[in-house]
Write a protein that binds this ligand. Structure first.
Ligand SMILES: [Zn+2]
Length: 446
């Protein structure tokens, strides 16, 4: 995958809007996510800002270090329309039932509601006999050579059914395995190793901080396998991506308070990165950087033309405008230090003015279309009387944190992963060690 397809994370704060949708998923944070400490000794975990604010684990003798256990990361892989899915496995574990290799190799998993209770059934595909039942919306399945609807499935997964809704398929992955899949999906594997290592540390940090944040806001502790969180392809991990993850195992970025940092990253800064505050109005600030080489990147410059009527329609869909609102003009009301459009102002046909953030405009027009908020707007006339705007822009992505193209330039100049991270996150430092063991990260407390 080339970086042209990559927009990386959806902004943190608009996620609140999805809270209601996700809240229907009732899961135990401790059991499901493996982030044991989040549900651990302190009931106040839900209001704590980040992982390392949590009290030290009892078993941890070092009062200055808190161990973050990550048994598995839940990743949403797919949604199926049907409430009955075909399965294939050499051996299968479905809730309490374990079937050895000698048992039937084709199965059907069916979700239903019996006597008002959600229920999953496992059926033998050839005889239709019910082999096992599991009550609840979710059932965990493990298997060797597991296939779901003829596609390769993770060895551990969860099927989540709900009446009248799609069936969700989630994979359960070790943290390090998940990080390797993200690095492999988000950065070309043939890029310099030090860039990939820096990327791996950023991804690991982002993952832990994002999961902690989800818990803090009462959301299901799971990640999407798309740009809404991090792109994650579970079926294939490139060798060099895996090597970069192994070489940085357990290492994370922490903020000045010792909390695991929400290490945002993006494709191309266009010359300079931005602050979280300027892009999303808040958040943990890791610092900014100037990348003199980025304006020379291939496809660094882009252009987009949109009719005002189309912009108005998309802003209505985004919830910024309503009803009969017609846009007559649009300007950048405010820019940040990196020249990104921080605030946009539209004038409506009834004379009113409406202001919103530049990232909101990207969300409305599409993150792949309006590639960044580092743009100028020019009036554009279509044939006939229809008025439009031409966006002339630079860079790709939200512009916060590590710039992938810039990190590549730095690695090519001989910079180490640590130096690259210090460039993009001057306020963060690296904690943890490669000796920490699989799926472990450490962070220093205040
Ligand atoms: Zn850059």
């Amino acid at each position: 995958m080339g970086l042209d397809n990559i927009d990386l994370q959806h902004p943190l704060y608009p996620l609140h809007a999805t809270a209601r949708r996700l809240r229907r998923v009732v899961t135990s944070f401790a059991v499901a996510s493996g982030l044991i400490l989040l549900a651990g000794p302190s009931a106040s975990a839900a209001i704590m800002p980040n992982l390392a604010d949590l009290p030290n684990s009892q078993k941890n003798a070092d009062p200055g270090v808190s161990e973050i256990e990550t048994a598995s990361v839940r990743v949403h892989l797919k949604a199926h329309r049907s409430h009955e899915l075909s399965l294939r496995a050499e051996s299968l574990q479905f809730a309490e039932l374990s079937l050895s290799k000698t048992s039937a190799r084709r199965f059907r998993a069916r979700f239903s509601r019996a006597d008002g209770r959600p229920l999953w059934h496992l059926l033998d595909a050839s005889t239709g006999a019910v082999l096992a039942e599991a009550s609840g919306h979710e059932v965990e399945i493990r298997g060797e050579k597991l296939q779901l609807a003829n596609e390769k499935a993770p060895e551990r997964m969860i099927l989540r059914g709900a009446v009248g809704r799609e069936t969700d398929v989630l994979g359960l992955f070790d943290l390090e395995r998940y990080v390797a899949g993200v690095v492999s999906s988000e950065a070309p594997a043939n890029w310099p190793m030090e860039m990939l290592k820096a990327q791996a540390i950023a991804v690991r940090s982002f993952t832990l901080a994002r999961l902690a944040d989800r818990g803090r806001f009462g959301l299901s502790p799971e990640l999407k396998s798309t740009i809404l969180d991090q792109v994650f392809e579970h079926q294939h991990v490139a060798t060099r991506s895996r090597q970069a993850v192994e070489a940085t195992q357990g290492r994370v970025l922490v903020d000045p308070q010792g909390r695991v940092a929400m290490a945002f990253y993006h494709s191309d800064c266009g010359g300079a990165t931005s602050r979280t505050q300027d892009v999303w109005g808040g958040g943990n600030f890791g610092g900014t950087a100037v990348d003199a080489a980025c304006p020379q990147n291939p496809k660094a410059r882009w252009s987009l033309v949109r009719r005002l009527s189309v912009i108005a329609r998309e802003l209505k869909r985004e919830g910024v405008l309503k009803g009969d609102d017609q846009v007559v003009s649009m300007v950048v009301a405010e820019r940040d230090a990196s020249d990104r459009a921080r605030r946009i102002r539209v004038k409506l046909s009834d004379g009113r003015e409406v202001e919103f953030s530049g990232e909101r405009l990207r969300s409305a027009l599409g993150y792949g279309a309006l590639k960044s908020t580092r743009f100028e707007m020019l009036a554009y006339s279509f044939e006939g009387e229809s008025a439009g705007i031409q966006f002339q822009g630079r860079g790709f992505g939200h512009g916060v944190g590590l710039c992938q193209w810039g990190a590549r330039h730095l690695a090519e100049k001989g910079k180490s992963a640590e130096e690259i991270l210090a460039h993009y996150y001057p306020r963060y430092s690296i904690r943890g060690s490669v000796e920490g063991g699989l799926a472990q990260a450490t962070a220093t407390l205040e």
